[in-house]
Design a protein around this ligand. Structure first.
Ligand SMILES: [Zn+2]
Length: 422
């Protein structure tokens, strides 16, 4: 490891020298745009889209803006279709072309669905576990590449030692890369509503093997519903691409010692896209209104059905009550009956359990219906009837006494009889 480190530091010195010579020419003439993932490596997954498609769409828009507004800059893509390209070959393309800049475009994702915003990475030592995790996710694509251990010098994304070792590699380009990353974040904030998570360092393999100024930008969270929706609109993609474009425009100016303001965001986004976006919003608003109206009508209909149902139930209840056993008119007399059984249900007079009984009468007590038979004006007659019922099988029958349809005790009955006889 130590020997390697010394070799590496030596090579950084050589590289720095080369850059110094190159930048003295003060020309920015070539950019490699790298849409992350592709083919059978979809990257992060949203609810309704895949990262690889958004990365490509934004990359192509960025290239289009550079072609239109910076015609002296040659645009090279690592892919222009939905195909898989090994990370090592993406870096090699930038190195072979001696590009002035390499930019890798990605979407972020997190288990926490509220995580949001943009961030731009340069190769370096991750300062937080979160940044290491972010790099690990993007680096995982190499695991299916042939000879990946050899190509990435035994890089192990899970080893802290690897992180430190590989972070040293691109320090020679750190200043330029940081300068661009900073500009990209500033323009995102100026042109979009996306939260600025800032410029960060992490050991991204696609940056590690790239021997030119290089950044990896995460343009929003595909795992966040609102941002996924935004990243899938033409307008959102143009706003992101235009932000990166303005940053590159200023970066190029700085290298070339010029002071020209980049085209404004409204110049950069095609009128067609703005118009389509306005129409989309209008259409969605109309659809929302129609849905609300449909919901309102459905609710009204349901209310009507409920009211009819209630009315029907009330009518049925009334009919049932007429049909069931009549309650007695209130008199001042004390009435003796025989209670035969209790039931939760209110039985109709046709019920088989009531057919042997005379003068059936029921009352509700403690949520139960209590059924009585007979109607006498003294205890003895009622008790006689109780014996008859017992013989018929009503083993638990007993005498109950009522006054004004309320149960009373035998003592109270005697008092009342005395009063009534006065
Ligand atoms: Zn990615």
């Amino acid at each position: 490891m130590k020997k390697l480190l010394i070799l590496l530091l030596l090579s950084i010195n050589t590289l720095s020298y080369t850059i110094a010579q190159e930048t003295s020419s003060s020309r920015f003439s070539k950019i490699v745009i790298d849409p992350g993932h592709g083919g059978d490596k979809p990257g992060a997954k949203g609810k309704r889209s895949l990262e690889k498609h958004i990365n490509l769409a934004v990359s192509l828009k960025l290239g289009e803006l550079i072609n239109n507004y910076l015609p002296d800059v040659k645009v090279i893509y690592t892919r222009t279709k939905d195909v898989d390209v090994d990370l090592i070959n993406r870096s090699r393309l930038a190195n072979r072309e001696k590009a002035d800049l390499f930019i890798s475009i990605h979407c972020n994702a997190a288990p926490n669905r509220t995580a949001c915003g943009t961030e731009t990475f340069v190769m370096g030592l991750a300062k937080s576990q979160a940044n290491i995790e972010a790099a690990k996710k993007e680096n995982a694509d190499i695991l299916t590449e042939a000879n990946y251990a050899e190509n990435y010098d035994g890089f192990d994304p899970n080893s802290p030692e690897s992180n430190i070792f590989f972070a040293l590699y691109q320090n020679a380009y750190l200043e330029q890369s940081l300068s661009l990353a900073d500009k990209i974040q500033k323009h995102y904030t100026a042109n979009t509503k996306l939260y600025d998570r800032g410029v960060k360092q992490a050991p991204y393999l696609v940056l590690y093997k790239t021997s030119v100024p290089a950044v990896l930008t995460e343009i929003g969270f595909i795992s966040n519903e609102r941002e996924e929706k935004y990243l899938n609109t033409e307008k959102g993609q143009y706003e992101i691409a235009a932000s990166i474009f303005q940053a590159i425009f200023n970066y190029k100016n700085r290298i070339e010692g010029k002071k020209i303001a980049p085209p404004s965001i409204s110049e950069l986004i095609p009128h067609r896209v703005i118009k389509e976006e306005e129409e989309r919003i209008k259409r969605e608003e109309e659809e929302r209104k129609i849905r609300e109206e449909q919901d309102r009508i459905a609710l009204e209909k349901q209310k009507e059905i409920d009211a009819q149902q209630k009315e029907k139930e009330a009518r049925e209840k009334e009919a049932n009550e007429k049909d069931s056993i009549a309650t007695e008119e209130e008199t001042n007399d004390v009435v003796y009956r025989v209670q035969v059984f209790v039931d939760k249900a209110k039985l109709s007079k046709e019920d088989s359990r009531l057919k042997d009984l005379e003068e059936v009468w029921m009352y509700k007590d403690n949520k139960m219906w209590k059924y009585t038979a007979g109607n006498f004006n003294n205890f003895n007659q009622a008790n006689e009837y109780r014996r008859t019922l017992k013989d018929k099988g009503y083993k638990d029958a007993f005498v109950v006494i009522f006054h004004k349809n309320k149960r009373i005790s035998l003592e109270r009955a005697k008092e009342l009889e005395k009063e009534n006889n006065k």
